[in-house]
Design a protein around this ligand. Structure first.
Ligand SMILES: Nc1ncnc2c1ncn2[C@@H]1O[C@H](COP(=O)(O)OP(=O)(O)OP(=O)(O)O)[C@@H](O)[C@H]1O
Length: 525
């Protein structure tokens, strides 16, 4: 066995004289584990009957310790594996155990105490079982102590986060879907602002960063945030990312209406198509996760478009563009550079001055969908997501405008989310990387400019494009990370790296890595 300072390679070599290691019984192979990916080290009662240990069988007493470590499988899946080392020298065995435990103690980013919220009704109602059977045993193996709250109603976790002493925890874990994550995020960010005396209703306020990390154990019907930040929706993988103390900063968009705070968003803010799907699916909760397919199909057939005006400020501080071929990956260079750039700009000019000076670009039109995404929004059905090159932490959002087009063209656009073709390569699709934007629907513009027109307000405005069908032009609804917003006129601002997750972004395959860095360099040149 050879011990390097960091990382520590664990060699299970036959040439080692004094100690032997067995990884996956029956498979004596060499293995390299960085200290950062060791889950726990524990003394082991060596059971001679269990293993054929050759000449060691003749020895009177064997001493052993087991190293539990992260084993990386395909598709970003992580598993807990174990290697048991044994020898006859008790002192040597203790020395090893002690040395490894000390090295683990030095991993300061690892959480020791966590606050866990479980939504027992999320997804297929398996949250409690998933936590108890798959996650809790791993936390206990890693000596993480937990306070567990099984939620009793919606907003239980959010309200609780305003009351508990959150500063004694190294992180908050939510077991559920994107809705549960959103609730915990609102509780945590809201609590931070409250404790710092920041008014969330001020759309221009510089929000205080939240340094308590959130871990997501996926157990909902939509686990898009987990998928986009870890690469897979898998409770064990997520638990292991929490245990090793990973940290992934995340941009958060604040959404306001007339100086009133509405919500925060980290994944999708969608008006039109995705707003309508959500609104319809809410009425069909009894259908379970199937409701999204049903409402998706129905909304596609209805083919509604909405008139409105978008004003946005481009994100000039970031090097990337939504049409890049390079995606955001672990340790992303573009995210790091963008954060530095923004910090410098804010130091020099102050946030308000800088935003006030920059010009707003204005687009009016008829849209089938308006989507603003802070991350790729990848999910198993659309592994590259709504905006494949969106970054997790570059202080920008990708604003995607899908203008009125035929049903067939819209279908072509949707299908491209599932294949390798560029979904932005259509004349009716525009995409911009922005740091803030505002949207006003035609209907609310008309209503504002004509408040005295009572009849119009009462009966709605009749569709001018389809007079025969007399369909009512109503506003669509904003879908904010899976929750509906009450207002269609909104003001959105991206807050760079406002919060942190127990994740590391999506890891590149070793094979892909060379290609990625090559293309990154080409991109930058
Ligand atoms: N005990 C509870 N009873 C009812 N609702 C709850 C409870 N705990 C949390 N919630 C709410 O349930 C919503 C959905 O939860 P979650 O995201 O975990 O499941 P989901 O099935 O993926 O959600 P969705 O139905 O939005 O796809 C959240 O917005 C959360 O506020």
């Amino acid at each position: 066995l050879i011990l390097h300072s960091s990382p520590l390679p664990l060699y299970c070599c036959k040439t080692v004289r004094k100690m032997k290691c067995r990884i996956n019984p029956g498979n004596n192979e060499n293995c390299f584990v960085p200290i950062s990916e060791i889950i726990a080290v524990e003394e082991t009662e060596f059971n001679k009957k269990q293993r054929n240990i050759g000449r060691w069988q003749k020895m009177a007493k064997l001493h052993a310790f087991t190293v539990h470590y992260v084993k990386k499988a395909r598709n970003h899946r992580w598993r807990c594996s174990a290697a048991t080392f044994w020898c006859v020298d008790e002192h040597l065995c203790n020395q090893w155990t002690q040395a490894l435990k000390e090295l683990l103690e030095m991993q300061k980013s690892r959480p020791k105490q966590l606050l866990v919220y479980i939504n027992p009704f999320g997804g297929k109602r398996q949250g409690k079982r998933i936590y108890e059977q798959k996650v809790a045993p791993l936390f206990s193996l890693a000596s993480i102590s937990t306070d567990v709250v099984v939620t009793e109603h919606a907003n239980h976790a959010k309200d609780n986060l305003f009351e508990v002493n959150i500063y004694k925890y190294d992180g908050v874990v939510c077991v559920g879907g994107d809705g549960m994550f959103s609730e915990v995020m609102h509780g945590l960010i809201g609590r931070m602002q409250k404790d710092s005396g920041i008014d969330q209703n001020n759309p221009k306020a510089s929000l205080v960063q939240c340094n308590i990390r959130i871990g997501i154990i996926p157990a909902g019907s939509t686990d898009c945030i987990c998928y986009s930040t870890v690469g897979i929706s898998d409770p064990v993988t997520s638990a292991l990312h929490i245990i090793v103390g990973d940290c992934q900063p995340l941009d958060v968009s604040s959404v306001h209406h007339n100086d009133t705070f509405l919500k925060y968003s980290v994944s999708l803010l969608g008006y039109g198509f995705y707003g309508d799907i959500l609104k319809d699916s809410e009425k069909k909760r009894w259908m379970g996760p199937m409701r999204y397919d049903y409402s998706g199909f129905k909304t596609f057939l209805s083919h509604h478009y909405y008139e409105g005006t978008i004003a946005y400020q481009p994100a000039k501080h970031t090097h990337g563009s939504p049409r890049d071929k390079v995606s955001c990956r672990t340790g992303c260079y573009i995210c790091k550079q963008s954060e530095k750039q923004l910090a410098e700009q804010n130091k020099e000019h102050g946030l308000k001055k800088e935003e006030g000076e920059e010009e707003w670009k204005v687009i009016k039109g008829k849209f089938l969908a308006i989507n603003a995404v802070n991350m790729s929004c990848a999910c198993p059905r659309s592994p590259k997501g709504l905006s494949p090159a969106a970054h997790l932490a570059d202080g920008s959002a990708d604003l995607i405008l899908v203008r009125k087009c035929s049903r067939f063209d819209f279908l072509r656009y949707l299908v491209r989310h599932t294949n390798q073709d560029d979904q932005f390569d259509f004349p009716f699709v525009d995409v911009y990387r922005v740091k803030c934007f505002q949207f006003t629907s035609k209907l609310s513009e008309d209503n504002e400019s004509n408040v005295m027109d009572v009849g119009k307000k009462r009966f709605g405005q009749f569709c001018r494009d389809h007079p025969a069908c007399c369909c009512n032009i109503v506003n669509s609804t904003w879908n904010c990370d899976g929750e509906t917003l009450d207002s269609s006129a909104i003001e959105v601002r991206v807050h760079c790296q406002l919060m942190k997750l127990f994740a590391r972004g999506i890891e590149e395959d070793c094979k892909d890595e060379a290609g990625h860095s090559q293309s990154s360099i080409e991109q930058l040149l």
